[in-house]
Ligand binder design. Structure first.
Ligand code: SF4
Length: 114
């Protein structure tokens, strides 16, 4: 049995996941928590946010996020991809900053017009 707190909404339900019984989830307050508990123990993923350097804009950094969830196990490598990125203004919300992160089909995208 594994206990975790659901992070899908602020209510923070205390979940229990039973690995011995097909990752059965209990303690959830809605179906999204049940899905989260099962996924967290079988294939945990996250949407990431970060910043990259930008030239020619009012601010020196542009906020970015992943266009979808990526596996938790590749988060360090996904962050590393941003290390040498230097954008040139203008940049628009939704512009691709790094495409197809490590073959996931998910991209780093800008989240602000700059
Ligand atoms: S189980 Fe549902 S109600 Fe409870 S924290 Fe998760 S999303 Fe919110």
């Amino acid at each position: 049995m594994t206990e975790l707190i659901c992070i899908v909404c602020p209510k923070g339900c205390h979940l229990t996941v039973d690995e011995a019984h097909n990752f059965e989830v209990s303690g959830y307050g809605c179906p999204r928590g049940k899905e989260y508990g099962h996924k967290e123990l079988t294939n945990p993923t996250r949407t990431l946010t970060s910043i990259v350097r930008i030239d020619g804009a009012i601010h020196p950094c542009c906020p970015v996020k992943t266009s979808g969830d990526i596996p938790k196990g590749i988060i360090p490598q996904a962050m590393e991809l941003l290390k040498d990125v230097r954008l040139q203004a203008p940049v628009h919300t939704g512009d691709t900053v790094v495409s197809d992160i490590l073959g996931t089909g998910v991209s780093w995208i800008a989240t602000k017009d700059m």
